[in-house]
Design a protein around this ligand. Structure first.
Ligand SMILES: NC(=O)c1ccc[n+]([C@@H]2O[C@H](COP(=O)([O-])OP(=O)(O)OC[C@H]3O[C@@H](n4cnc5c(N)ncnc54)[C@H](O)[C@@H]3O)[C@@H](O)[C@H]2O)c1
Ligand SMILES: [Fe+2]
Length: 403
């Protein structure tokens, strides 16, 4: 249990603007921020699905002509960011809007770094490497998973060096996170599930992290309930606005939790595997999560038990067929903690998610590659927040078992 005598800092400077059809009012927000020419970062799929239309229409009607950059690939890379920076500079943009999933949002953040700093983007990689404010930013998520709209980090792939660059700075907080659940209706089932498991991983890793605090705990717990109760429905019934609203809100809450408390071993491995093989972040977390939970079991049994009691006590099994979440007050900590791991496995099954790295398209892992991945993951900043000590051997075991 988090001790209330322990000092902590919780920060969130971002205004959270949540509601159906709020994207149609984005021009007012741009005006509030003093912007006159907005760069809209998005991807072609979102343009094709007309997801950007309400925001673009709002900007056009207000006379704030949008400059649209729609060339963001999934798991964006430096080349894409550089192209967008050049375009935005040429057009004289003074506000940055992202409409998309984590890849688009992280691209927009990196573009903003480049708009306000001279030099190679690699020079600004790392934690606290930015020295001044960037241009105003409005981030509009169209997936419910990354929480990037309220986080102070951006992850960009450096394809040349086969790794993901991490940018972390308070200047990467958005001015406004605009959450419009209607924008998620077109998100296909497999992406709904995969992105949702990123949020579930944020809840569970931040809840047991070394820097968890009372505020991040409450966000992680409530977001966990919303996700277990609504993610299977959002996956199978994409136009269920109640389920979409709940998962979008939960993703944002989990984003606030991990931004302040950190993540752990599952993310360290997912970042490493994603950097090398380009696998989807949420999907990679989904496969690794049960293994990460089991690894941490000895140090976090009490916390997992607390999470399970909160989840099972919420009555989530009344509406969803989780056999592991039927509340039983007689379970001891060990039994409750194990029930939480089974609940995650049931959630993966209900959402039709893969259970092995092989199913993500990763080729045979040789001893050499496993060791390389484990060693790189040991240097990932996420590992610092993992509750128990992690060794290279632990990571090797997870990689072998998860394959
Ligand atoms: N900065 C952070 O705090 C943070 C946290 C976690 C993950 N990430 C990053 O986020 C990225 C993953 O983001 P993601 O999981 O949101 O996926 P994504 O942004 O890569 O999107 C995946 C696909 O979904 C499509 N899509 C998105 N919204 C849609 C919609 N509403 N309808 C139809 N299609 C839609 C996109 O076009 C894309 O093809 C990774 O690069 C990861 O590193 C960042
Ligand atoms: Fe994540």
């Amino acid at each position: 249990m988090t001790s209330f005598t322990q000092a902590f800092k919780f920060q969130n400077p971002t205004i959270i603007n949540f509601g159906l059809d709020t994207a149609s009012g984005i021009a007012d927000l741009v005006a509030e921020l003093g912007g006159s020419k907005a760069l809209v970062v998005t991807d072609q799929g979102l343009v094709d699905h007309k997801i950007v239309n309400p925001a673009i229409q709002s900007l056009e009607e207000s006379g704030c002509k949008p400059v649209v950059f729609s060339d963001v690939p999934p798991d964006s890379d430096l080349q894409c960011v550089e192209r967008a920076i050049e375009y935005a500079k040429r057009e004289g943009c003074d506000v940055v809007i992202a409409i998309g999933g984590g890849s688009v949002i992280d691209t927009a953040k990196a573009v903003n770094i480049g708009l306000c700093n001279e030099g190679d983007l690699r020079d600004f990689e790392g934690i606290n490497c930015l020295t001044h404010r960037l241009k105003p930013m409005i981030l509009v998520p169209t997936t419910a998973g990354t929480g990037s709209e309220v986080s102070a980090v951006a992850m960009i792939r450096d394809k040349e060096n086969g790794k993901k660059l991490l940018y972390g700075s308070r200047f990467l907080f958005a001015d406004i996170a605009l959450l419009d659940p209607r924008l998620l209706v077109s998100l296909p089932p497999h992406l709904t599930a995969a992105t949702g498991l990123d949020a579930v991983t944020h809840c569970l890793e931040s809840f047991v992290s070394t820097t968890a605090n009372a505020v991040s705990d409450s966000l992680a717990l409530e977001a966990g309930i919303l996700l277990f109760a609504n993610l299977p429905r959002a996956t199978s019934c994409g136009d269920d606005l109640e389920a979409r609203s709940s998962t979008l809100l939960a993703s944002c809450m989990a984003g606030l939790a991990f931004t302040n408390a950190g993540v752990g071993v599952v993310h360290a491995l997912a970042h490493t595997i994603g950097g090398k093989y380009g696998t989807h972040h949420g999907l990679t977390n989904a496969v690794l999560l049960p293994f990460g939970l089991r690894l941490n079991m000895s140090t976090t049994e009490k916390l997992y038990a607390r999470f399970w009691r909160h989840l099972a006590g919420s009555g989530v099994s009344r509406d969803m067929p989780y056999t592991s979440l039927v509340y039983d007050p007689s379970l001891n900590d060990e039994q409750a903690a194990l029930a939480l791991v089974v609940a995650v496995e049931e959630l993966l099954k209900l959402c039709g998610l893969p259970r092995s790295l092989r199913e993500l398209g990763i080729p045979e892992l040789t001893d050499e590659v496993v060791m390389e991945l484990a060693e790189v993951a040991m240097t990932d900043p996420a590992i610092m927040f993992n509750p128990g000590e992690v060794t290279v051997e632990n990571l090797v075991d997870i990689l072998r078992e998860a394959f």
